[in-house]
Ligand binder design. Structure first.
Ligand code: IPE
Ligand code: IPE
Ligand code: MG
Length: 240
């Protein structure tokens, strides 16, 4: 006999944000240089982005490099930027995946060749109808808010915006993520329980998922488990 009980459909978070952390520790555990961890993490990123698109996630935001990561040794920073260059040069080959790509963060200060690769990549993928992928690069939530406040102050000074018109919605529209839904679900592997300046405005009502797994070991299986856990959450947004 078939059960009459209707199977409850799983809800997919519309927007998932991930903090790709733990590359260095992954490498250290294997006696490898930190750079090997970043290379492995880059492969994981490609696999997870592809998988998230395949299962129907609409927005994925990944933290690739923070405004604080410049504190690292120059060699490591150069290595991360080079991995990004290779990824961007390769990105054309992912066209068939139908993912639109956007870089969020203070891109202006990056080297010219990288900026050009980024704008080509955004331009070439802009008509894709599948998942929207945000790559947070030289991104800091506070830095993002500083830029937004400066922009709004300029608009007020020039008489284009009234003080009374500064609303939560207006602020959201001045962020890098303008026009996008806030993240529903933030995933941080690597055993840390903090946001590290990630999407601090947008995460006001996000659900969080933490795990000890180090980013290079993060697999579609972990993502599936996280989404299953998300389905057990009761999101109230301040209501009852
Ligand atoms: C995340 O891994 C990658 C970046 C921050 C660029 P880490 O490099 O922070 O790895 P851990 O935290 O040192 O293990
Ligand atoms: C957050 O990881 C930034 C990225 C993953 C790009 P960090 O490794 O920089 O964060 P902290 O320093 O542990 O908070
Ligand atoms: Mg880290």
């Amino acid at each position: 006999m078939f059960s009459k009980k209707k199977r409850v459909e799983r809800v997919l978070p519309r927007h998932i944000a991930m903090i790709m952390d733990g590359n260095g520790r992954w490498a250290k555990k294997r006696g490898l240089p930190r750079t090997a961890g970043h290379s492995a993490g880059s492969k994981t990123f490609k696999d997870i982005a592809r998988y998230a698109n395949k299962i129907g996630i609409k927005y994925l935001t990944v933290y690739a490099f923070s405004t604080e990561n410049w504190k690292r040794p120059k060699d490591e920073v150069d290595n991360i930027m080079n991995i990004l260059r290779e990824y961007l040069k390769d990105a054309k080959n992912f066209k068939d995946e139908n993912i639109s790509m956007q870089f969020i963060g203070n891109i202006d200060v990056l080297p010219d060749d990288l900026k050009e690769l980024i704008s080509n990549c955004e331009e070439e993928s802009k008509d894709a109808t599948g998942m929207h992928l945000n790559i947070a690069l030289n991104y800091g939530g506070r830095d993002e808010l500083v830029h937004a406040v400066q922009g709004i102050a300029r608009e007020v000074a020039e008489g284009r915006v009234e003080c009374s018109e500064i609303t939560e919605q207006l602020i959201s529209e001045r962020l890098y993520t303008k026009g996008q839904p806030d993240p529903d679900f933030i995933i941080r592997p690597s055993g840390e329980f903090r946001l590290s300046n990630y999407l601090i405005w947008q995460s006001a009502y996000a659900e969080f998922w933490f795990s000890d797994v180090l980013w290079p070991d993060f697999s579609p299986r972990h993502l599936e488990k996280a989404i299953d856990d998300y389905n057990l959450r009761n999101r109230r947004f301040g209501g009852v």
